[in-house]
Design a protein around this ligand. Structure first.
Ligand code: GLA
Length: 375
């Protein structure tokens, strides 16, 4: 019996009807462009959120998790609404709501994706619950539809105006590959990402900081992008060329120009990164990763001193490229590092953090892993 299943049984006294698992993610390149119909290139990490669910005849949803000492939270089905206050369980209720489930459930969760590290623990939670419910109720949703329903849960139930990248990669990733996702129509292409056989490793550096700006800052920048699109009468950033952006600079504010400059150049960097990966040109990939960080730091202004420090120290230690990942204002950075330099790079980053008086960072590595599945 899987451990999620036996943990469920300890809490609820019987076996679950379905178990599922979904991973967190890192993004190689393509940041803050998923809501602009851009391309992104994330991969699933090996850390997953597991969920076990049973149907009941009560009109109540019961939710417990390893991380909250298995304490059971009960919510009447009739109370489920975006206005209902709560904590992390709102992600679970949001998915139940967006999938239109009105049956009583007992749910047990084991979230092993580090929380607050910018590795999409929330998308992993949503995708695991959605995968389990899709199977339990034979809903027949395909993966892009499930991704949209998870995004709806986060946007409209939890109230975070995120794009579609995190949920999509958690649901659709394939082992060994980064996922080239076209955020306009959710079509995908698997891009082999086998850095190990080229003597490289992708180091994930969790800065362990989480700045207060996170939610408001994300929405504000998304608002700037929407404003540019409206003012320049475009469908999305995808339809805006760099030349046109420069020629119409006077029609938008300077801040909007910078946000759009990031978006337009980042979309192109993703396409260039795919070409670099297909040619096993990791030097070029490193250059693109660096350019992405500079753009996020200077044009989009979502980096922070700790992320910049992680990036600068990685490059000083010889990394081919390094950048912040995810929403920004804290969370994690990635560095593409020669395998033999991993330890010295970690030491260089640790020292740089110490010198600046920052909290010690945490390090992870992960190979590209499988997306969500029932267990
Ligand atoms: C967060 C959001 C994603 C995406 C990234 C930035 O992770 O959930 O939709 O916008 O930030 O690329």
């Amino acid at each position: 019996m899987s451990s999620i299943s036996s943990n469920f049984e300890k809490v609820y006294g019987h076996s679950p009807h379905i178990c599922a698992s979904a991973p967190g993610r890192v993004n190689l390149i393509g940041e803050h462009i998923d809501f602009s119909e851009g391309f992104v290139l994330p991969f699933a990490i090996s850390d997953c959120t597991d969920v076990a669910i049973a149907r009941t005849n009560e009109n109540v949803i019961k939710i417990a998790s390893v991380q909250r000492n298995s304490e059971v939270i009960s919510v009447a089905i009739s109370d489920i609404s975006p206005n209902l206050k709560g904590d992390w369980e709102r992600y679970v209720l949001g998915v139940i709501w967006s999938l239109g489930i009105t049956t009583g459930l007992e749910i047990f969760i084991d979230g092993k994706v580090p929380v607050g590290a910018g590795l999409s623990s929330s998308a992993a939670l949503e995708a695991s619950v959605a995968t389990a419910l899709n199977s339990l109720f034979s809903l027949g949703h395909d993966l892009p539809t499930l991704a949209r329903l998870c995004q709806k849960a986060e946007n409209d139930y939890v109230g975070m105006p995120c794009g579609i990248m995190d949920q999509s990669v958690s649901l659709m990733a394939e082992k060994g590959s980064a996922l080239l996702l076209d955020c306009r129509d959710l079509t995908t292409k698997n891009i082999s990402f086998d850095v190990a056989s080229h003597g490289l490793e992708l180091l994930i550096i969790d800065t362990q900081v989480h700045h207060a700006l996170v939610d408001g800052g994300y929405a504000e920048r998304r608002g700037s992008c929407d404003s540019v699109v409206n003012k320049l009468k475009k469908i999305s950033m995808r339809h805006l060329s760099l030349d046109e952006l420069f020629s119409k600079r006077s029609e938008i504010t300077e801040t909007e120009f910078l946000r759009a400059h990031h978006a337009v150049t980042e979309i192109q960097r993703v396409l260039d990164a795919v070409i670099a990966l297909e040619k096993n040109d990791f030097v070029e990939l490193g250059n693109l990763i660096n350019a992405s960080h500079n753009s996020l730091r200077d044009d989009y202004t979502v980096s922070c001193p700790e992320l910049d420090c992680a990036v600068d120290a990685s490059l000083a230690a010889g990394a081919l490229g390094a950048r912040m990942v995810g929403g920004g204002f804290g969370g994690s950075a990635i560095a593409l590092v020669k395998a033999q330099n991993v330890e010295s790079t970690k030491m260089g980053i640790e020292k740089a953090f110490q010198d600046k008086g920052y909290k010690a960072p945490r390090f992870f590595t992960s190979l590209p892993s499988q997306g969500a599945r029932t267990l």
